[in-house]
Design a protein around this ligand. Sequence first.
Ligand code: HEM
Length: 349
Amino acid sequence: MSATPSFLMFMKTWLPHLWGSGFGCLLATVGLLAVWAKQRRLLGSRGNLPPSPFQFPLLGCIPLLGSLPHEAFARWAKKLGKIYSCRLGGKTVIVLNDAEIIREALFQPVFSGRPRMYTAEVTGKRLGITFASDETWSIHRTFAFKTFRALGVGQGKIAELIQEEAEKMVNNISQLNGQTFCTTQIIRTTIGNLLASILFGERFDYDDPETHAFFNKMNAVVRYFGPCGILNIFPVLRHIPSIAASFRLVTDALDGAGQYINRLIKHRGGSTYPRTVFDYTDAFLNAQDKEREMFGKPKLFTDQQYMGSARELFFTGYDTTTSTLRWVSFLHPAISSTETERTSSVSHE
Ligand code: HEM
């Protein structure tokens, strides 16, 4: 296993952060010692854990993940099998590397929860769906699922909308007259518009500065959230100024996006119950008014919960679908062969 380059990559990425401040260093050292002491207690009892790759003290296999963690995980799966374990800092994780095994596991109620994570707790405040507490999670997940189905997601109605947006995307690409371009932004815009239609009932107006600002915020979250993942393993690193600064970019961007979404719901607040449901927002406001009638005020369908769920649904759909389509465009034979030709003609010029 080529541990050295990944380890060097890790040192290059994180050491400047770690040494960026004396105070941060001290806290990090105390934190790491505490984790180390805890690990030493746990290491004696590996129980029935499946095999694991080489692990460093305190850090486990983090230094071996390098800049492409999915490749490291795939490499270990080849060596260790479809189920293996590894330590990420103080957390022991079990890695499942087979679609059938993952499916089997996800059907077990014992695997239906999620671990508590520092970044999710701070950004989501346990609102939204993904990291919400048990009751909120189940109610809002079911609500989103039913609403999307009623709106025609996965059926003809949304297929038409997708077709329309896809045509606009193709037109935008043809206007580039064969120039090379990065697919990210053009795909993100299409996906953003589709999600905005389903969630808020509107296509984004790109000449509107507020819309621009909203997209910039979502893109900042996509860019900085990943590197802040280290905080889920060592929350104590939040005291290191450069890491704190990256995380602040994420929280500020999410707060800004939340305010934009809040304004959207305020515009609709005056409409009367029960509304005809054209989008997720209409359905949420109906549920909110129903609770108001029953309990005098909203209980589970509060304004804060709307903001948490709508922002999360936008964000989770935005990044995943964009990345999936980008991979499809790289792997699709028709597109990838054109790309290869272009790349080789550029490299011969
Ligand atoms: C190709 C596109 C997509 C991919 C590959 C994808 C992938 C995933 C995966 C792997 C999870 C489970 C994550 C985990 O358990 O840790 C997940 C959960 C989730 N996804 Fe997606 N997703 C996609 C599109 C979307 C869209 C369009 C939306 C919403 C509009 C969405 C909303 C969610 C939500 C809310 C959860 C959390 C569900 C829960 O906790 O019960 N996803 N997605």
